[in-house]
Design a protein around this ligand. Structure first.
Ligand SMILES: C[S@@+](CC[C@H](N)C(=O)[O-])C[C@H]1O[C@@H](n2cnc3c(N)ncnc32)[C@H](O)[C@@H]1O
Length: 297
């Protein structure tokens, strides 16, 4: 079992956080702790990190660091703290992907699981074996942008139940045999099932809405996503935080909604060619940065 997770945009993400020695920071997605360690190297007053995966066990012991085994939405709903910087590196860690028993991999055999939180009941098996054909088509299309969504959904319905990842991956490969993609034929469907199992898109929207009010003035929200749908959510949310006014253009504002701050990254920040060469999994990463501004009266 590989225990490697190479942190994406490690230096850049933490540079954008502007870590200061008297600041309080929050790393929402601890994973293997790469960003957390980088933040701690700037000696902040306090850093709290969360991960919903109950198998994540940080080895870092120091006074200014606290780990909470929690979903980031639950954490933000309950914490009284406000932060000078919040970082989120969404998606799945390589540790999760490369551990066959977690069921994320289409290359190594494992159970149809894909739960980031192993205490939840909905798993990949629920989706593959219990969802209707039309639900499967919608998920594969929406979360995977899979061109063969209908064909694959129909084949799954006629051949189920499935119990292992390779059984499913082989079926998808046989349905898509004429495909000319460079990536493995099951990549998109596996991604779609993972997003559905962990409700990843809805959770990101909730996270962004909860994170902004938790930022101190001048505090930054740094977000890394790996999927165009996730990045679109971040982009639109950041735009609406910067300009929440919903009044028709050319009319004076009546809604009274004021800007929550500024988008710092006019374009998404992406890994360098060097980083992509040394870590091909970083190729689809996009980072966006927002800075909170509070109006002082
Ligand atoms: C891409 S990895 C983070 C890697 C980390 N930045 C590093 O450098 O090692 C994403 C992590 O976020 C966690 N995660 C995903 N959704 C979460 C949620 N809703 N709440 C808390 N953690 C979550 C996953 O369990 C996974 O460990």
């Amino acid at each position: 079992m590989s225990e490697q997770h190479i942190t994406v945009l490690k230096r850049e993400a933490v540079e954008y956080l502007n870590v200061t020695k008297d600041g309080i920071y929050y790393d929402a997605t601890f994973g293997k702790g790469g960003h957390t360690t980088q933040i701690l190297s700037h000696s902040p007053k306090k850093l709290i990190s969360t991960d919903k995966d109950t198998l994540v066990t940080p080895q870092i012991i120091q006074d200014n660091f606290q780990f909470v085994n929690s979903d980031f939405v639950q954490f933000l709903k309950t914490t009284d703290l406000t932060f000078d910087g919040i970082l989120a590196d969404f998606g799945v860690s390589s540790v999760q992907l490369d551990t066959p028993e977690r069921g994320f991999s289409f290359q190594k055999d494992g159970p149809l699981d894909m739960r980031m939180d192993i205490t939840q009941t909905k798993s990949a098996s629920t989706v593959v074996n219990e969802y209707s054909e039309s639900e499967l088509v919608e998920i594969f299309f929406k979360y995977g942008e899979e061109q063969f969504s209908r064909k694959i959904a129909r084949a799954i319905i006629s051949k189920r139940p499935f119990s292992s990842t390779l059984e499913l991956a082989n079926l998808i490969a046989s349905v898509k045999k004429q495909g000319k993609e460079r990536i493995h034929p099951a990549t998109k469907v596996f991604q779609a099932i993972r997003i559905e199992v962990n409700d990843e898109i809805k959770v990101i929207e909730e996270f962004l809405d909860l994170a902004i009010p938790k930022l101190n003035s001048g505090g930054r929200l740094v977000v890394i996503s790996f999927h165009s749908l996730e990045d679109r959510v971040v982009k639109h949310k950041f735009k609406s935080f910067q300009n929440p006014c919903t009044c028709p253009p050319k009319y004076p504002c009546r809604c009274g909604k004021i800007s929550l701050g500024d988008i710092i990254s006019k374009k998404p920040i992406i890994p360098s060619d060097e980083e992509i060469n040394s870590n091909p999994r970083s190729r689809s990463a996009k980072m966006r940065v927002f800075e909170r501004k509070l109006l002082l009266d």
